[in-house]
Ligand binder design. Structure first.
Ligand SMILES: NC(=O)c1ccc[n+]([C@@H]2O[C@H](COP(=O)([O-])OP(=O)(O)OC[C@H]3O[C@@H](n4cnc5c(N)ncnc54)[C@H](O)[C@@H]3O)[C@@H](O)[C@H]2O)c1
Ligand SMILES: O=C(O)C[C@H](O)C(=O)O
Length: 320
């Protein structure tokens, strides 16, 4: 069977890490695309030159022309600008919206059958705009954020409980912004929900609240440390998990920004929800039961995303 083709639109910090991870996992042949001349070619050559040492079979190429992504099975989009200290993700909306237009048109023309994973921020509004600009089927366009936010939550929890990360599960839903919703009732240590861990005396409610807040601020914490850009290792690992689920038809249950029609009382908007990812793309949106407090947090997050979508429509009249 022919190898899959993976197009990485944006060859910056995340794009380069994605290429290396895709190669190490032998997910397919990789094309790195960027507007910066030489950068995708340089990264592709560098990663190809690591293959003899690491022993992976995957070709790497760099491109500045969308024609080179032709027939891609998966497109992962990181094109655009990352925030710096003092900025919110939402400050990137105007500049990255223009990028989504050119990327959406490029994918629609050259890789209309691809499964598209958007990473560019502000995530939920950008994946919505990318879907609008590309016109691809809704189940084939999604956004990466929930896996990253949940991974951060899991890391902080494993650290607090001094247990293996393998035994910690977490679900962070909602928009990928300050209003994201880490769901403690649906996050567990070996199946034990976090509120029970508090009752069992493994931690206190105050410490758990602080971990929830640190999770919400997780992106800003890294931006504050790096100063020149934002996180890229964990974001790349998270998107690769989604790409692998699609390419191998794994039916993974993963929190992703998906187009939600009907569930959660939503009418075709993108926001972070639990999904099933397989060969059909986003094969299912899972509607979980939320109590009053959880629903209030989720609704607030949905409203924040709606505000960003409206801002996009105000900037580009073709989206209205
Ligand atoms: N969804 C998430 O959870 C998450 C996590 C981390 C970062 N991000 C976002 O991902 C994006 C990329 O982050 P990064 O660290 O890789 O940034 P980066 O600056 O290192 O890379 C971005 C790349 O995009 C390229 N680019 C700019 N305009 C382009 C265009 N029109 N067409 C093609 N390429 C273009 C740039 O040349 C650059 O190489 C940012 O918007 C960042 O905020 C999202
Ligand atoms: O925080 C950012 O700006 C990047 C990304 O959204 C993240 O959560 O790491």
């Amino acid at each position: 069977m022919a190898r899959a083709k993976i197009a990485l639109i944006g060859a910056g910090q995340i794009g380069g890490t994605l290429a290396h991870l895709a190669a190490l996992k032998e997910l397919g042949d990789v094309v790195l695309f960027d507007i910066a001349e030489g950068v995708p070619q340089g990264k592709a050559l560098d990663i190809a030159e690591a293959a003899p040492v690491d022993g992976y079979d995957a070709t790497m190429s760099g491109a500045n022309d969308y024609a080179d992504i032709a027939g891609a099975d998966v497109c992962i989009v990181t094109a655009g600008v990352a925030r710096k200290p003092g900025m919110s993700r939402d400050d990137l909306l105007g500049i990255n919206l223009k990028v989504m237009k050119s990327v959406g048109e490029g994918i629609a023309k050259h890789a209309p059958n691809a499964f598209v994973i958007c990473i560019t921020n502000p995530l939920d509004a950008m994946v919505w705009a990318l879907r609008e600009f590309s016109g691809l089927p809704k189940e084939k366009v999604c956004g990466m954020a929930g896996i990253l936010d949940s991974a951060r939550f899991r890391h902080f929890l494993a650290d607090e409980f001094k247990v293996s990360i393998k035994d910690v599960t977490a679900f962070v839903l909602g928009g990928h912004g300050d209003t994201m919703v880490p769901l403690t009732r649906y996050s567990t240590v070996a199946g034990i929900p976090l509120p029970d861990m508090v009752k069992m005396g493994w931690t206190t409610q105050e410490k758990l609240d602080a971990i929830v807040q640190r999770t919400r601020d997780g992106g800003a914490e890294i931006v504050g440390l790096l100063k020149t850009g934002s996180a890229f290792y964990a974001p790349a690992a998270s998107a690769i998990e989604m790409a692998e689920a699609y390419l191998k038809d794994q039916k993974r249950v993963l929190p992703c920004a998906a187009n939600v029609e009907g569930a959660y009382g939503l009418d075709g908007m993108y926001v972070g929800v639990p999904t099933v990812i397989g060969a059909g793309g986003i094969e299912k949106v899972i509607e979980i039961d939320m109590n009053k407090d959880e629903k209030a947090m989720f609704d607030k997050s949905v409203d924040a995303v709606k505000g960003l979508v409206e801002a996009c429509q105000g900037i580009d009249s073709s989206l209205a």
